[in-house]
Design a protein around this ligand. Structure first.
Ligand code: BTN
Length: 258
C-alpha cells in the first residue's frame, strides 16, 4: 500500500525514505517532516530546515526507465515542482540546472535525488526525490549568507501557505510527469523545462574535472539532461554535475548558482 509517513522530527527525510525503499515500499510512498536535524543538500551542503516553515519531503519513485535515464529524474522533478508552485502562487517559476527552482531571481526550492545502487536489478531499482521548499520562511529564518540569495513563497507573495496542500500538489505532478516520461520519453519533459530555463544564453563558469576554471555560454540541457555550454573558441562542453555559477567577467551578475 502506498503510504505517506508524517514525522515531527527526523534527521533527513531522504534517509528515512531510502531505508523504506530498501524494505520494498512502493512507488509514490513519501516521507514528510516538520523539521530535519540533518537536512541534506547537493554536493555535501546542508539544507536549512527551520521547523514548520518549509516543506521537507522525500518521495520514493520506481519508474520504468533505463539506467541511463535515472539522472533525468531530477530535471523531471524540478519541472513538476515549478508547475505546482506556479499553480499555487500564480508566479512565474524558473529552473536552474539541474535541480533548483527560482522565483524573482532567488532560490525557493532545492531537489536532491538519490538512487539505489546502479547494480540493483531492475525490479528493485528506485530513486528518492528529496524536495525542500521555503514556504512560510521569513528572512530572519535564513542564515545571514543566504538572506540575499534565498526566498520563500511567503516572502514572494505575502501569503501564508498550507504546507501539506503544497506537498500533495507537488507529489501529484511529480508522479504524473514521470508517467509522461515513461510513456513518451524525456522530450516531453525537456520542452516544458526549457521554457523555464533561467540560465539559457547566460555565461557560466565551472571547474573542470582537472581543476581548471572554464567559461561558456549556456545552451541549456541536451536530450540526455546534461548542461551544454559553448566557450569563446566555439568548443562545446558537457557539464554533468557540480557547481556552476554565472560568470561575472562576462557581465552576468546577481544569481547564486550553488
Ligand atoms: C539542494 O538544493 O542542494 C537540494 C536540497 C534538498 C533538500 C531536501 S529537504 C527534504 C529532503 N531531505 C533532505 O535531507 N534533503 C532533501
Amino acid at each position: 500500500m502506498v503510504r505517506i509517513h508524517y514525522l515531527q522530527e527526523t534527521s533527513s527525510t531522504n534517509k528515512v525514505a531510502y531505508d523504506l525503499a530498501l524494505n520494498g515500499e512502493p512507488s509514490g510512498t513519501a516521507v514528510i517532516a516538520v523539521s530535519q536535524g540533518e537536512g541534506r543538500g547537493r554536493l555535501g551542503k546542508v539544507w536549512q530546515s527551520p521547523p514548520g516553515k518549509g516543506l521537507y519531503c522525500s518521495i520514493i519513485v520506481r519508474p520504468h526507465l533505463a539506467l541511463e535515464d535515472y539522472p533525468k529524474i531530477t530535471l523531471t522533478a524540478g519541472l513538476a515542482v515549478a508547475i505546482a508552485l506556479e499553480e499555487i502562487t500564480g508566479l512565474e517559476m524558473r529552473l536552474k540546472w539541474p535541480n533548483d527552482v527560482y522565483a524573482d531571481g532567488k532560490k525557493c526550492c532545492g531537489i536532491l535525488t538519490e538512487s539505489s545502487s546502479l547494480t540493483e536489478e531492475r525490479e528493485k531499482r528506485f530513486a528518492i526525490v528529496g524536495i525542500g521548499i521555503n514556504v512560510n520562511t521569513e528572512n530572519r529564518d535564513f542564515p545571514l549568507d543566504l538572506q540575499s540569495k534565498a526566498t520563500s513563497l511567503r516572502l514572494l507573495t505575502g501569503t501564508e501557505y498550507d504546507i501539506q496542500e503544497i506537498f500533495h500538489r507537488v507529489r501529484m505532478h511529480l508522479l504524473e510527469k514521470l508517467r509522461l516520461f515513461e510513456s513518451f520519453g524525456f522530450g516531453a519533459i525537456l520542452k516544458d523545462w526549457r521554457k523555464r530555463d533561467m540560465l539559457s544564453g547566460k555565461w557560466l563558469q565551472w571547474v573542470s574535472t582537472s581543476g581548471e576554471i572554464i567559461y561558456g555560454q549556456s545552451e541549456g540541457p541536451d536530450d540526455a539532461g546534461r548542461l551544454m555550454a559553448k566557450d569563446q573558441e566555439g568548443n562545446m562542453h558537457q557539464i554533468l554535475s557540480g557547481d556552476i555559477s554565472l560568470a561575472e567577467k562576462f557581465g552576468s551578475k546577481g544569481c547564486s548558482c550553488s
